[in-house]
Design a protein around this ligand. Sequence first.
Ligand code: ATP
Length: 134
Amino acid sequence: MSENKIHLKIITPEKIVYENDVDSIYAQGEAGSFGILPNHIPFMAALAIGTAKAEISGETINFSIIGGAFQFKNNEAIILTEVAEIGSDIDVTRAQLAKERAEAKLGNASTQHDIKIANAALARAMARLKAASK
Ligand code: ATP
């Protein structure tokens, strides 16, 4: 691997969502947001439901990342997650409808379990809307 690039792979159980050599990566960890540049020391983080971005020659690619794990070593970065989308592939209408459904469910939720499920659906929809809007 080049000393000035990071080989990024975003993998779900179903497919490789994205694979490319990038200049930098930013993501949202459970413990806060972080950025990685080439030659960073080995690093691991649990990922929140949120967004990530990669920069390549001044161009930014945005992603929605539905939790999972981030691993970086020797300029190889892996995001292993149940679900992820590239911002430009996101169906904004679907995400907006999912957001409205989740908000309605939150309004009607009567148990902690219902609140947790609705909050998770809302976080997925918000991550998609954010990744698609950039
Ligand atoms: P919805 O209620 O719209 O199905 P969801 O949050 O329940 O949303 P997930 O279970 O997280 O959806 O994802 C199921 C599959 O649908 C995954 O493959 C995911 O990439 C895809 N997906 C979900 N929402 C969108 C969207 N707005 N645009 C593109 N793909 C989406």
